[in-house]
Design a protein around this ligand. Structure first.
Ligand code: FES
Ligand code: FE
Length: 467
């Protein structure tokens, strides 16, 4: 009920305009990341107040992954997803654009869309009292009995709350709840240079195939995000048995592995990659896929240049801040939706080039299921570690002890002319330090000028001079 400051509402009538939360500033939480000593306070993984601040500062402001264009090709096609803990519908409009709305009825808050995805919907009807909404989010009708007779009822003022900004980059659709957020491209910065290794290595673009695989893991969302941003180190230990099962030998990347490898980070988005090994693709277990990746790598030299072409299919992992990750070469794309400080909902898709032969697409789909699904050999390895890291960090005395993020603290690479903060080798905590630095920037700053001009911004140099 509008009782105090009712700007924009007729006297005594409800003001149904969208409300987008304002950011605050949490300098004490920002200090939980100690950049000078490369330490992170364990409370960032377990504390309820920190978590609530994350929902406000990070998930209500960042551009978050919503869907791939290929999931909703026609008007009325939709998927249901989350932005932080908020339930959201992403729907293709009649003019071909994409909009997203809170999946919550403005009457009593019930979900208006119960299913995960659908085709050619004409609208959404709330189960509770029968309000119906168009795919543009506008209120179309009520139960036809009461509201129509109520002259004070202002139907045109009511609708599903729109996500403030929606945009896409090379097939991937993102949204932000912050009307003041910088554009999607500015949010990425020059990190698009690295995203293109996956998203633009072939004419014809990419698509998601085979639906989504969902699961829950009892871990804080930042453990998987930091793992994918730059923790190849764990693979040599955690994934030994899985690698033996699939490859017939352990994870062995050869002597020169770390000479060629590097980590790159911009605004907390990070990728670690080596070159030439086509290693990730090998773990899917299909020789045809390895041949395909080598051919693609050769062909993509014209499109991406020598260095990025050599990264295709290599041992590599990536996180787009805050919670969207993928493994180039294994082609698994995933979102770590937060569900409290100690739980995530994980949604996993398989991405392929649209022009790839059908049998290659099918092998990627099966390969992702065998490796990175709830029953996949690598996913199970990781989930257990993240669950124990989350649970054990709650101990009263345990959580007073800082965590060590100092591997490769002096490994900055000033010679390699690539966009962003570059560090030598990928066996390194560099990208994880920058991920938490970005986290601290979001905790501290209440405006985008400060957010875009802090320590995680790319050092000034030419974006593609390396080619
Ligand atoms: Fe949706 Fe009442 S809660 S119509
Ligand atoms: Fe792993």
């Amino acid at each position: 009920m509008c009782e105090g400051d009712c700007k924009g509402a007729a006297k005594g009538r409800p003001n149904m305009k969208p409300v987008y939360p304002k950011a605050g500033s949490y300098p004490d939480f920002a200090k939980l990341v100690d950049r000078e000593n490369a330490q992170v306070d364990r409370r960032v993984f377990t504390d309820e107040q920190v978590y609530q601040a994350e929902l406000r500062q990070i998930f209500a402001r960042s551009w978050l992954f919503l869907a791939h264009e290929s999931q909703i090709p026609n008007p009325g096609d939709f998927v249901r997803t989350s932005m932080g803990e908020d339930d959201v519908i992403v729907v293709r409009q009649r003019d071909g654009s994409v909009n997203a709305f809170l999946n919550s009825c403005p009457h009593r808050g019930n979900r208006v869309c119960m299913v995960d995805a659908g085709k050619k919907a004409r609208g959404f009807i709330c189960n509770y009292h029968g309000w119906s909404f168009g795919i543009d989010g506008a209120l179309r009708g009520t139960d036809g009995k009461v509201y129509e007779k109520d002259e004070t009822f202002e139907k045109a003022q009511i609708g599903l709350t729109p996500v403030a900004q929606v945009d896409s980059y090379k097939g991937l659709i993102f949204g932000t709840f912050d009307p003041d957020a910088v554009s999607l491209l500015e949010f990425f910065g020059d990190f698009t240079y690295y995203l293109d290794i996956m998203l633009d290595n072939d004419e014809g673009g990419t698509e998601f195939i085979g639906g989504a695989i969902k699961s829950e893991i009892d871990c804080n969302w930042k453990f998987p995000a930091e793992n994918f941003v730059g923790d190849i180190l764990h693979a040599f230990w955690t994934h030994q048995s899985g690698a033996q099962a699939i490859l017939g030998g352990g994870v062995d990347l050869g002597k020169r592995y770390d000479e060629l490898a590097f980590q790159a980070s911009i605004y907390g988005h990070g990728i670690e990659t080596n070159l030439d090994k086509v290693g990730n693709t090998r773990t899917l277990g299909y020789p045809d896929l390895v041949d395909y990746a080598f051919e693609l790598s050769e062909k993509a030299k014209d499109r991406l240049g020598e260095l990025r072409a050599r990264a295709i299919g290599a041992v590599s992992s990536c996180t787009v801040f805050p919670n969207f990750s993928f493994l180039p070469g294994q082609n698994t794309f995933r979102v770590w939706h937060p569900r409290g400080p100690g739980k995530i909902e994980l949604v996993v898709w398989t991405l392929v080039n649209k022009n790839a032969p059908d049998h290659i697409k099918e092998q990627y789909r099966k390969g992702v299921m065998m490796t990175f699904s709830p029953g996949g050999v690598f996913e199970m390895d990781d989930g257990e570690n993240w669950e124990y890291s989350t649970r054990v960090n709650q101990g009263f005395v345990t959580r007073q002890q800082p965590l060590h993020y100092a591997l490769g603290i002096e490994s900055a690479d000033m010679e390699r002319d690539l966009p962003g903060h570059i560090h030598k080798g990928s066996l390194n905590d560099a990208n994880q330090r920058l991920f938490y630095t970005r986290w601290a920037e979001f905790m501290e700053h209440d405006n985008w000028t400060d957010l875009q001009n802090g320590a995680t911004a790319a050092p000034k140099k030419t974006a593609t001079a390396a080619e």
